[in-house]
Structure formats: C-alpha cells, structure tokens
Design a protein around this ligand. Structure first.
Ligand code: LLP
Length: 437
C-alpha cells in the first residue's frame, strides 16, 4: 500500500519510516497514517474533474477518520469536508478548516447543531427530513441569515460491493423518498424560501462499492427529478451530490477501480443525461471517506500470547482488538497483515489474530498467513485508516491508541495515546451522603 516497503533489516517501512522504530517510539497499538497516500488519492479525485472541465467539490467524509490534523491536511489539499455532528464540526473549526467548504449531514441534527452551523457560517446543509426543514426555516428567519442547502433523497438504489439492487421505495432512515412524493414536497417547501438557497440534490447509495453502474443509475434518476422540477417550476438546481462509497482493497479478493474511473463514469453519465434532458450540466459533488483515507492507515500491534487448539487452529493475540477496530466483529470485515519486524520471513503458519477484549468474537483476522510468531513480534494490519480510530471505543477500559502521521521519512504524533487517567477523567465519585435531594 502506498509508500510501504521492506528495508534491509527486513522491517516494514511506511512513508519512509521503519515500523519497528515507530513502535519503539510511540508504543503499540499504533495507528500509522501514510499522509502522502491520502494526498495522492485526494488529488486523483480532483484531477479527474479538472480534466473533464466540470464544476466539482470533493468533500472528505470525515466520519471515516476525524482529527484536527487530518482536517488540516484536507484543507491543504483543497478538499471540502463532510461533517455529521457538532463534534466533527467543532473539530474542523478548531483545525481552521475553511467553513464555507464544510457540508453538514445527518438524519437528526439538533437545533443546537444547526445553530452552530449558522454561527460558524457553514457552506451547506444537506437536509434530511421535514422536521429539519422547519428548524432551518425558523433559524434562518430569526437570524435573517441565508443558508445553502441540498436535499438528501433516497433514490431506491442500494449498492454493496459488487451488486446493487433497485427497490421501488427504499426503506432507509435517511432522506426524502424520491418516488412517493416526499422529495417533491421537500422541493416545494424550500425552493423559493427567502433565506434557504436550494442548490440541488444529494444521495449516498452505499459503501465499499466496486461497480460504477449504481452511481450512474443514481445520477440519472436525480437528474431526471431536477429536470422535472425545472419544467414545472422553472427552477434550476446547480449541484448534484452523489455521496461516497467507492470501494478499496482490504484483501486480495477486493478488486476496486481507481478513483478516476468511478468519477469519469459519473461525469460521462451526468453529461449525457443532462444533454438528453436539455438540462444545464450541474456541478458534481462527491463525498469519499474510505477511498481517501482507508489504505493510508496501518495499525501496528505487539503480539503477546499464542495458543494452539490441537488439530484446529493457532491463535496469536495482539495488544489491541475490537476496541481499536470494531469492523471484523461488527461486519465480518476482512483484513490482511504482515509480521512487520520479520517482513521477509517465509509464511509457514496460519494464525487467527485475536484481540485482547473479553469477548470471543474479538478476532481481527480469521486466517492470517504468517511466519512462526513469538511474543514481542510486531504485527501490521493494513487498510485500517477508515472507520478504525473513528469507531474505536474504551470497551474493557482499554485506552485508545495514539495516531502518528508519516510522510517523506518524517513522523509526527497527531493524537496522543490515552492514559488510564484519561479513562476516569469524566468519572465522578458517588457517596450516598453527597446525593443532592
Ligand atoms: N456520504 C454519506 C452521506 C455517508 O453516509 C457516507 C458513509 C459517506 C459519504 C462516506 O462513505 P465511504 O466513502 O467512506 O464509503 N462504518 C462503516 C461505513 C459506514 C459508512 C456510513 N456512511 C464501515 O466501517 O464500513
């Protein structure tokens, strides 16, 4: 992945830095991010739009990995930003991310969150439901402040990895249904509002998608809807946001396309459909999360105990697990690994990589091909950059790992390792006498 190689000592290097040295320096488990790879992906998405001469925004879906430092890099790379909570918005503002390029998502944004969005002067709110329309009308009328909005719709296309299905009426907690009139109702409620500036439509059809056809179908459906409104109401939407979901390669089984391929297929369909409908070609916005940050991340673990169940399998346990990567336990997600301190050794064994949480389901990899491992060996698990740290927990009161960025042979701590004191920081003592009545 990216700038990873193996050096003369047989150690995995990431971003020009020896993984064994990183582990010694910062301890394990450790999330290591190859920032050059993130930049490369960001540029590839953007360049495709530039080459096609089409208006665009590439918004980093920061639910995949949200920290001050990555927001700074995203800003350097001219990305826009998708946030989904006051917490992500706050982090982005603190990082100095340009607020006019932040898009706010969510199916139940609170009044406080929307107020915050108005206060900081956010670029766009992706409106999910009628309750939110009411809140936005009230807020904008009170503050006399204009707000750009997109309407999120459910186009009845659900895509997962290789396949997609079209469902007449999608059962989703997100967005306005395109088919049964909800989207039309939402359009009529917003398009001529004094303060709400309806810029267009948004949809997100799934995650870890390998196929371009679902995106193409979605763009067609949304464009048709926009063209219909233009005919009926004489109102033109300037933006088509097709969400994220571009797949990445976790294991050899996964065969994703290059970012440029997803995007150029989208552009092709949008151009053709717009032409056929006589509709001005809208700006295309996308929101990649995983495909920007996923393969930039590697987790380093130290191996501790091992165990053999005779005739069945061998276990090797690491010093982290579902507390820093819930995806195998939650989704059956698959990962690949390497013995980072013996990266050239022959893979003679198979291990189940177990975590250290008190739960039998805490296994990171079912069958990892590795050399014979010993306590103290360093295991690298690849492609943990998306939804690893961001979904980490303190289950079993395990402190969350540190995060290090590496680039051009430099390494820098960007999230400190949690300490035991951090774990009890919000705790308060209890005694019956002190209870307030
Ligand atoms: N835009 C919207 C509106 C989304 O809901 C999502 C992801 C994205 C963009 C980014 O999708 P991506 O490009 O990262 O696939 N926790 C799950 C993934 C949940 C994705 C939720 N929405 C996982 O670990 O696989």
């Amino acid at each position: 992945y990216g700038t990873q190689t193996i050096n003369e000592q047989g150690h995995l290097t990431i971003g020009g830095t020896d993984s064994v040295a990183l582990a010694e320096n910062y301890g394990t488990p450790l999330y290591v991010y190859d920032i050059q790879l993130f930049r490369k992906r960001a540029r590839a998405f953007q360049q495709t739009f530039i080459d096609a001469g089409i208006g665009y925004q590439v918004a980093y879906a920061s639910k995949a990995f949200s920290t001050v430092a990555i927001y700074q890099v995203a800003a350097e790379e001219n990305l826009s930003l998708d946030v989904v909570s006051a917490g992500e918005l706050y982090t982005a503002v603190k990082a100095g991310f340009p607020v006019e390029k932040i898009h706010f998502h969510g199916n139940n944004k609170s009044l406080e969150e929307l107020q915050m969005a108005f206060q900081v002067g956010i670029g766009c709110i992706v409106v999910d439901n009628f309750y939110e329309i009411d809140l936005l009308k009230k807020l904008s009328e009170q503050t006399k402040q204009s707000m750009n909005i997109l309407l999120r719709v459910t186009p009845g296309i659900e895509a997962h990895t290789h396949d997609y299905i079209t469902t007449g009426q999608e059962d989703s907690k997100f967005g306005f249904d395109l088919k049964n009139g909800q989207a039309d109702e939402a359009f009529e409620q917003t398009y001529n509002h004094q303060y709400l500036n309806l810029m267009g439509l948004h949809c997100h059809i799934g995650s870890q998608i390998f196929d371009t056809s679902a995106f193409q179908l979605a763009s067609e459906k949304l464009l048709r809807k926009m063209a219909g409104w233009q005919q009926q109401f004489g109102y033109t939407c300037a933006v088509l946001n097709l969400g994220g979901g571009f797949g990445i390669r976790y294991t050899a089984e996964d065969q994703p396309l290059e970012p440029a391929v997803y995007v150029s297929k989208m552009i092709e369909t949008v151009k053709q459909t717009s032409e056929a409908l006589g509709y001005p070609i809208p700006e295309i916005w996308i929101e990649p999360g995983r495909s920007l940050i996923g393969d930039a991340g590697t987790t380093l673990y130290t191996i501790g105990s091992t165990k053999e169940v005779p005739g069945t399998r061998k276990y090797a346990a690491v010093d982290g697990g579902m507390s820093d990567n819930i995806r195998p336990a939650l989704y059956g997600a698959k990962y690949s690994s390497l013995l980072a301190n013996k990266a050239n050794a022959a893979m003679t064994e198979q291990y189940t990589i177990a975590g250290k949480c008190c739960e039998s389901g805490d296994k990171l990899i079912e069958q990892a091909e590795l050399p014979l491992v010993e306590a103290g060996d360093l295991l690298s698990v690849f492609c943990t950059g998306a939804y690893g740290y961001s979904m980490a927990s303190n289950y079993n009161r395990i402190a969350r790992p540190a995060v290090v960025f590496v680039e051009n042979g430099n390494h820098q701590l960007v999230v400190k390792r949690e300490t035991n004191d951090d774990l009890i920081k919000q705790d308060l003592p209890y005694s019956q006498k002190a209870v307030q009545r």
